[in-house]
Design a protein around this ligand. Structure first.
Ligand SMILES: [Zn+2]
Length: 397
């Protein structure tokens, strides 16, 4: 029996090698040693362990110069996929994603109004057991993004105001319903979007997600880790005597910069918009057009939320620096009408934080991409553990 410490280092190197091969298929051992700052022996051991577990295969690397072609490494996982569910209150977006990023299937499942936790869990379990029958694919694991506040273990929902749920041991219950065939990973919407954005070459990233509520997530070394600031983030007090929040208090971040402020503002200004799915994007685009045409009241409304969010980002980066920061949610649909006052305010408050802002090309779909990655993380965070757990399953390669 090896010690935990040795086991931890061993696993850490396996994870680093597997991720490096995922990110640069065909990479040679010598290149791996350079990229990971390990000795040749330090690379050989995790490579051998991953090959023995059936997770890596060796082949010829592409010719890069004269001389013998080095042996390149590839994931032995072309037929492995994860299942993700991006839950959006009135619908669930189900995505089956290959480990190389190819979307195998994606579909929208309408949810009944006011869906309860047991009802949603039953729907997801049924979908997972059906997807498990997909020909040619072995399922790695399940990722779920919920508009909810999670406990520190990221396995239990503390509560969800949008869904009207109290405490739900979500991962335990879903794993039980699917007879423990797969592990389940849970994230809030900001965590799933953060994971997707981090794959743009930003392994150390902070991501602020803002819709009706706000969430903040950190990615460290490419993984969604302990988050620190997510739980009560949207209920950070910002303005004494401000608008009332869904939580009952006044002047929370959600209440001063959540999407409801824009909905109320649009109603005051007599701007019509659609409601229901897509309503947030529709109204944001409408406001963006009005601002572009010089509607001063709309510009003032957007500047107000931009300034609140600039203050939050400045505070967040001061407390816990990151390599880069992305923002998701309604600001993406508002476009420059939001970004210009937002960046201007941030430059005044915290110039370095303004430099860290990266515009993600992933809009509303970031959390859907993220749930696919979340399921795959079950493998990429503990490859040998995953292989051992699933060695009894038929490998449909
Ligand atoms: Zn609140």
């Amino acid at each position: 029996m090896i010690s935990m410490t040795q086991g931890g280092v061993k696993r850490h190197n396996q994870v680093r090698v597997l991720r490096a091969v995922r990110d640069a298929s065909g990479i040679s051992r010598a290149q791996l040693a350079e990229v990971l700052n390990l000795t040749k022996v330090g690379v050989s051991r995790p490579v051998a362990e991953l090959v023995a577990a059936g997770l890596l295969v060796e082949g010829q690397a592409p010719q890069s110069g004269p001389g013998r072609r080095p042996i390149g490494l590839q994931l032995a996982l072309g037929k492995f996929a994860s299942i993700g569910f991006d839950i959006r209150v009135d619908r669930a977006i189900e995505v089956v994603r290959d480990v190389d990023g190819t979307v195998v299937s994606q579909q929208v499942i309408d949810l009944p109004p006011g869906v309860t936790a047991p009802a949603l869990l039953a729907i997801l379990a049924q979908r997972i057991l059906a997807a498990a029958l997909l020909p040619r694919y072995t399922i790695i694991g399940i990722g779920v993004a919920l508009p909810a506040e999670l406990d520190d273990s990221l396995r239990t929902v503390k509560f969800s105001l949008p869904l009207g749920w109290g405490k739900v041991p979500f991962c335990d219950e879903l794993e039980s319903l699917i007879e423990n065939r797969y592990q389940v990973r849970l994230a809030d919407v900001s965590g799933a979007a953060a994971l997707a954005n981090s794959r743009m070459g930003l392994p150390n990233l902070a991501h602020l997600q803002i819709g009706y509520g706000a969430g903040l997530s950190y990615i460290r070394d490419g993984s969604l880790g302990s988050l620190g600031l997510v739980g009560e983030f949207g209920h950070m007090p910002m303005l004494a005597g401000g608008p009332q929040c869904l939580c009952g208090r006044f002047g929370c971040l959600d209440a001063v910069a959540g999407f409801q402020i824009l909905v109320d503002g649009a109603a005051r200004l007599g701007l019509a918009h659609t409601t229901g799915p897509g309503g947030m994007n529709d109204l944001s685009r409408r406001l963006s057009e009005e601002a572009g045409q010089g509607n001063q009241q709309v510009c003032t409304l957007i500047e107000s939320v931009a300034q609140w969010l600039a203050r939050v980002v400045a505070a967040v980066i001061t407390i816990r620096p990151a390599q880069a920061m992305t923002v998701g949610g309604y600001p993406l649909a508002l476009g420059d009408a939001f970004w210009q006052p937002f960046v201007a305010a941030l430059e005044q408050l915290h110039p370095q934080a303004a430099q860290l802002m990266v515009k993600s090309p992933l809009g509303d779909e970031a959390s859907t991409v993220g749930v696919g990655l979340l399921g795959a993380e079950i493998l990429f965070s503990d490859p040998i553990g995953w292989a051992a757990l699933h060695s009894g399953l038929p490998q449909l390669i």
